[in-house]
Design a protein around this ligand. Structure first.
Ligand SMILES: *[C@@H]1O[C@H](CO)[C@@H](O)[C@H](O)[C@H]1NC(C)=O
Ligand SMILES: *[C@@H]1O[C@H](CO)[C@@H](O)[C@H](O)[C@H]1NC(C)=O
Ligand SMILES: *[C@@H]1O[C@H](CO)[C@@H](O)[C@H](O)[C@H]1NC(C)=O
Ligand SMILES: *[C@@H]1O[C@H](CO)[C@@H](O)[C@H](O)[C@H]1NC(C)=O
Ligand SMILES: *[C@@H]1O[C@H](CO)[C@@H](O)[C@H](O)[C@H]1NC(C)=O
Ligand SMILES: *[C@@H]1O[C@H](CO)[C@@H](O)[C@H](O)[C@H]1NC(C)=O
Ligand SMILES: *[C@@H]1O[C@H](CO)[C@@H](O)[C@H](O)[C@H]1NC(C)=O
Length: 604
């Protein structure tokens, strides 16, 4: 099990001060890993490995590299059993860094699923499962192969009957008489990479000889070949013609999106048949290529819309043949959204979500510190410290499995106003509404109390203490001036912060514009003057039908007259029809504003 670390938000603050970084924004928060340490992160995970049974190299290395602070302890599991190297030393297993080295591997003991598990005080993560399999390619049987007697002009099929092997993906070629005299496929001859068989569309007298099927496994680097099959053409006085007859038929195929796929189709016949490909419901995908005289259809970078029924059609003068089969396009999981390291306040809500795309639709499951922790979305209604740890979401379908890992830190701290104190200078307009914000950093959420001087404030018809801590004062008067202190307290401690409220004279329009009529080409002045608090500055803003007038770009028609400091009269020059409308003057200070309105009518 994991020791739960208790995190304090203040820790990161001291780091910030030391590094002289600007106060950071707290939602969403990612803790500072370098300052506090962090849970394990995989830098290298073990990969599926095929070990050739008779390999000269007598070692397998399953790799696992982890970044963590403090350093992680790495353990390995094989088929859900921990490999306990400390308690039970094993001549086959050794640890080199985090890598598991398997010396002189044996199929019965060492084949299986390996998982690397990394742990430190912050939690535990497990790697992707990686399999170790033993690869082999058996010899062909040494029994003599039956000769194949065929009439000249007829088609022939030489069966490869490949030996058992792992992995099953191999390359097939045929040797003619002597190694290394390989048959080069042409319009007449074709080697199926599905069955290994050699197809000769129409046999000629010169085909006489011995044929061996040659199988190579690229994965284990080994090749074997069969006993020779004698081919004996029967010479005919009059060579007959045969209709097209499809013998190589691509099986029902699953392609993975973004990969390349090859479909094969070959026909016997005399004269040599032509092969044509098509897709039943649509044109062939744009990225298709045909090779081997039409026997192979390659689809590059397959897309979901390439799924469908494909047909090969072959034809010669004696007749035609066709074959259809379905190609499915599916996809391994990929992340559309995944978890990231997160720091959250104790008591707060949290949803951890991972979304993967793929076909079939991947399913999502969770691990916390290496143990199963549910499916779908993880919802926490009120976080506790025990929720801290390493989380992994896993998306799987039959084509693959992907992991995303992240650390969750649940933090608490006494209220602090360091990041966001109450404003020292608070201003409100006479008769106006004042809101004084109180937003300390605190976890869990604190209780708030407000005082003016030493007087405790409570909810009343004119005062409200909001749930988020802010204080609202309605219809403020001079008598509300004074020093206001917000006190915040939770189970971890308390703090306070103070500001001084000054109530300024309300801004009022003293001379308002009046409705005006004008003829095109005229000039008109709209008056606007205001009284306001002498300690403040004032600006006048004019709008027409709610568009703010820009005196820089529209200087040909609009000018602001600076008669005296209380006025912001508007001069409209060379009036056009489009200048008719509803004009608004707003006199504005940093504390409040006042507006007045008038209509301008223009006769064309
Ligand atoms: C085929 O092989 C057999 C035995 O190895 C040999 O006797 C025969 O001559 C070969 N045939 C040809 C056409 O090379
Ligand atoms: C598909 O084939 C193209 C061209 O031969 C090649 O460049 C590409 O790497 C192949 N893609 C895959 C996923 O193998
Ligand atoms: C996780 O981080 C990545 C990159 O940093 C970002 O693209 C992604 O949106 C983040 N996911 C969430 C759920 O915040
Ligand atoms: C004051 O009233 C508001 C609104 O009704 C309420 O949300 C808030 O909790 C009250 N504050 C106190 C301290 O009672
Ligand atoms: C605040 O003033 C407005 C008029 O300015 C008045 O209608 C309202 O009743 C006043 N509210 C209080 C709580 O005094
Ligand atoms: C208010 O906070 C200051 C430190 O900022 C502290 O010295 C003082 O005791 C606090 N007042 C109360 C009543 O908690
Ligand atoms: C004028 O003050 C009101 C609040 O009293 C505010 O909603 C509005 O945005 C202000 N107008 C301007 C132009 O600042």
């Amino acid at each position: 099990m994991v020791t739960t670390a208790m995190f304090l938000c203040v820790l990161s603050y001291f780091f910030l001060m030391a590094a002289a970084i600007k106060p950071r924004i707290f939602e969403p928060r990612i803790f500072d890993k370098e300052a506090t340490g962090f849970g394990p992160i995989f830098e290298e995970e073990p990969l599926d490995t095929v070990y050739a049974e008779d390999s000269p190299e007598n070692k397998i290395s399953m790799n696992c590299r982890v970044r963590a602070n403090p350093p992680a302890i790495i353990k390995w599991w094989l088929n859900n059993w921990e490999i306990k190297l400390m308690e039970q030393p094993d001549e086959h297993f050794s640890l080199v860094g985090g890598n598991l080295l398997i010396t002189n591997p044996e199929k019965s003991k060492h084949a299986g699923k390996y998982v690397c598990v990394a742990n430190n005080v912050y939690g535990t993560v497990i790697s992707k499962e990686a399999s170790v399999k033993f690869g082999y390619l058996n010899q062909f049987p040494t029994d003599e192969r039956e000769p194949v007697n065929v009439k000249e002009g007829q088609g022939a099929v030489l069966l490869c009957s490949p030996p058992s092997r792992y992995p099953s993906e191999v390359m097939f070629r045929w040797i003619y008489n002597d190694f290394p005299n390989f048959i080069l496929p042409d319009q007449r001859r074709f080697v199926s990479q599905t069955t290994g068989n050699l197809y000769i569309a129409k046999v000629e007298a010169s085909d006489v000889g011995n044929y061996s099927c040659f199988v190579s496994s690229p994965t284990i680097g080994k090749s074997v070949f069969s006993m020779p099959i004698p081919l004996i053409p029967q010479i005919e006085k009059e060579v007959k013609r045969y209709p097209a007859d499809i013998r190589v038929k691509f099986p029902k195929t699953y392609a993975l999106v973004a990969q390349n796929i090859t479909l094969e189709c070959f026909a016997l016949g005399n004269p040599l048949p032509h092969i044509r490909w098509r897709k039943l419901d649509a044109d062939l995908p744009p990225n298709y290529e045909v090779s081997m005289n039409g026997a192979l259809l390659h689809l590059l970078n397959v897309q979901y819309e390439d799924e469908g029924s494909y047909e090969c059609e072959t034809l010669n003068v004696k007749g035609m043949d066709w074959y259809r089969q379905w190609l499915y396009v599916e996809g391994a999981p990929e992340w559309a959204e995944h978890i990231n390291d997160t720091e959250k306040d104790v008591g707060s809500e949290l949803t951890l979500r991972c979304v993967a795309v793929g076909k079939p639709q991947p399913w999502i499951r969770w691990l916390k510190d290496g143990y199963s922790y549910g499916k779908g979305e993880l919802k926490f209604s009120s976080l506790t410290f025990e929720d801290s740890g390493m989380y992994q979401c896993i998306a799987e379908n039959e084509w693959g499995t992907i992991y995303a890992s992240a650390e969750l830190r649940v933090v608490s701290c006494a209220p602090t106003f360091i990041y966001n104190p109450v404003k020292k200078v608070l201003l409100g307009a006479e008769n106006g509404r004042v809101v004084i914000e109180c937003k300390p950093r605190a976890a869990p959420k604190p209780k708030f109390i407000w005082k003016r001087g030493s007087e405790l404030l409570t909810n009343s018809s004119r005062m409200l203490i909001w749930d988020d801590g802010s204080l609202e004062i309605l219809n403020a008067t001079k008598s509300d001036e004074g020093s206001y202190t917000c006190y915040a307290e939770n189970d971890r401690g308390k703090s306070n912060s103070t500001g001084t409220l000054t109530i300024t004279e309300a801004t009022k329009i003293t001379e308002a514009p009046s409705d005006t009529e004008a003829v095109v080409g005229d000039s008109r002045v709209l008056q606007c003057s205001a009284s306001y608090d002498p300690s403040l500055d004032i600006t006048f803003i004019w709008t027409v039908d709610s568009y703010v007038i820009n005196f820089y770009t529209d200087f040909e028609h609009y000018e602001q007259l600076m008669g005296h400091e209380h006025s912001g009269d508007l001069l409209i020059k060379n009036i056009q029809v489009r200048h008719a409308g509803h004009y608004t003057c707003t006199a504005q200070t940093i504390v409040d504003n006042a507006t007045a309105e008038a209509e301008v009518f223009v006769k064309g």
